[in-house]
Design a protein around this ligand. Structure first.
Ligand SMILES: Nc1ncnc2c1ncn2[C@@H]1O[C@H](COP(=O)(O)OP(=O)(O)O)[C@@H](O)[C@H]1O
Ligand SMILES: [Mg+2]
Length: 428
């Protein structure tokens, strides 16, 4: 069907009207192009970012255990870019025959708050430990300050200090200690880096290989066809056999239970989508985008104290908050939980994920599975919800203020067990 501008405009004011329609069309096209440019990445721009990183390294502004591989020997090479969401840079790289991911929250070192320069190694160690203890709920006594520092900085620090001491008095020599401080502070400003680096001994996040400046390298574990519905062909996902979908669902359920129970506080996944999880070569499912994985106390303070008139005003992405409507204040609690949002956004095949729900069409041996997943996704009390709260459409209504109850931000263990048992049964 062809639509001409003339047909859209009445005969009397045709030229003016045609001009307005044409201008509107141009504005729409430009807006779409700007939007695409802001989320898409270009090869040229990515190479520019990496060249600038190496320039900073040659000039002595940044260091890291991977800088030499990237900038001197070229054994760490650019392959392609993945995205620039909100200024984040994610690159696919080749490193010693292996594909790795190089990531930074902001593209250039100057995008971070710099520099904080500290004289002695013990002060630097203390500063890093304070930053980690402030951001993450490390149980007191679990790690010494030096151990925390070693987890967060993958390079030798003392060699930079020794270098500077040997070069003392020569004003032309580069201060490698300053470069190390710059790099370390830029990394500490990335919550995702801190989380991944600190918890490397768990299999919940990708392996961290090292850093150069503000960039850090992780092992490559893409979401694949099963978890990345928008890049993959929907028909392809729909046709994936139950035997490949169910084990991934099981591992996601286990991962969410681990986030609920392993740490001293619940780790809340506030951005729940398939593409934020990856499947590694050994088959483990790990969280690859943890910018919005937030520990309990931090989430509580983030959710509280803003003004609201309805519960939705108090939500932080997938972490739903609660509005004290009378006081017009957000209460600072999460009213849903990790398991509920996993069921809603990834497991069930309903609503926006009608064609991509991981657990669509279960086998006849588990006829109750679909209704259990729906219940988990849109719970009626007591499953997943605080006592005294009910689900009304998309939002939660609490009849009694939640402070009357012990706060429960995680699903009860039995709900994990029920889901797990059904999936295991379906695979027999
Ligand atoms: N470790 C990784 N292995 C493979 N792919 C990854 C990894 N980390 C990120 N990606 C890919 O890059 C995309 C964007 O990274 P992500 O951290 O999710 O950024 P954003 O905040 O822009 O969503 C992911 O959806 C995934 O496809
Ligand atoms: Mg993401």
């Amino acid at each position: 069907m062809q639509i001409s501008l003339g047909r859209l405009c009445p005969r009397r004011r045709r030229s003016r009207c045609c001009l307005s329609v044409a201008m509107l069309f141009v504005v729409v096209v430009i807006t779409i192009r700007i939007f695409i440019a802001s989320v898409e990445c270009s090869r040229e721009e990515s190479i520019r970012i990496l060249k600038q990183l190496c320039r900073e390294y040659y000039n002595g502004n940044v260091v890291g255990n991977l800088c030499s591989d990237l900038c001197d020997t070229y054994s760490l090479q650019f392959v392609g870019c993945i995205n620039y969401h909100g200024g984040k840079a994610v690159f696919r790289m080749k490193w010693k025959e292996e594909t790795v991911i190089l990531k930074a929250k902001k593209q250039y070192i100057n995008d971070y708050n710099l520099p904080i320069y500290i004289e002695t190694l013990s002060d630097i160690v203390k500063m890093v430990a304070d930053s980690v203890n402030f951001n993450l709920p490390v149980k007191p006594g679990t790690f010494t300050d030096k151990e925390l520092f070693t987890k967060l900085w993958k390079d030798d620090f003392e060699k930079y200090i020794v270098h500077d001491e040997l070069a003392a008095g020569n004003s032309k020599t580069i201060s490698w200690k300053r470069a190390a401080c710059n790099s370390l502070w830029s990394l500490l400003q990335q919550d995702e880096y801190q989380l991944i680096a600190l918890y490397q001994n768990y299999s919940y996040f990708p392996q961290l290989y090292g850093t150069c400046g503000h960039f850090y390298a992780l092992n490559n574990m893409p979401p694949g066809d099963l978890l990345s519905p928008f890049t993959a062909n929907i028909v392809k996902i729909w046709n994936q056999p139950w035997k490949s979908r169910a084990p991934v669902a099981l591992k996601l359920i286990n991962l969410m239970q681990n986030f609920d129970e392993t740490f001293s506080q619940v780790l809340h996944m506030c951005d729940m989508k398939g593409e934020n999880f990856g499947i590694s070569e050994d088959g483990t499912v790990r969280a690859i985008d943890v910018d919005m994985a937030i520990f309990e106390n931090r989430l509580e303070s983030d959710l509280s104290y803003s003004n609201c008139t309805k519960h939705d005003d108090c939500s932080f992405f997938d972490c739903h908050g609660w509005c004290d409507v009378a006081a017009k204040r957000c209460f600072g609690i999460r009213t849903n939980n990790n398991l509920q949002i996993l069921c809603e956004k990834i497991l069930q095949s309903h609503g926006s994920n009608a064609f991509t729900g991981l657990l669509h069409s279960p086998p006849s041996s588990v006829p109750e599975l679909t209704s259990i997943i729906s219940e988990c996704a849109v719970p009626s009390p007591p499953m997943s919800l605080l006592p005294g709260c009910t689900k009304a459409g998309k939002s939660v209504r609490c009849l009694i203020t939640p402070d009357k109850y012990p706060i429960r931000h995680r699903a009860e263990k039995k709900y994990y067990d029920i889901l797990r048992a059904l999936i295991v049964k379906s695979l027999k």
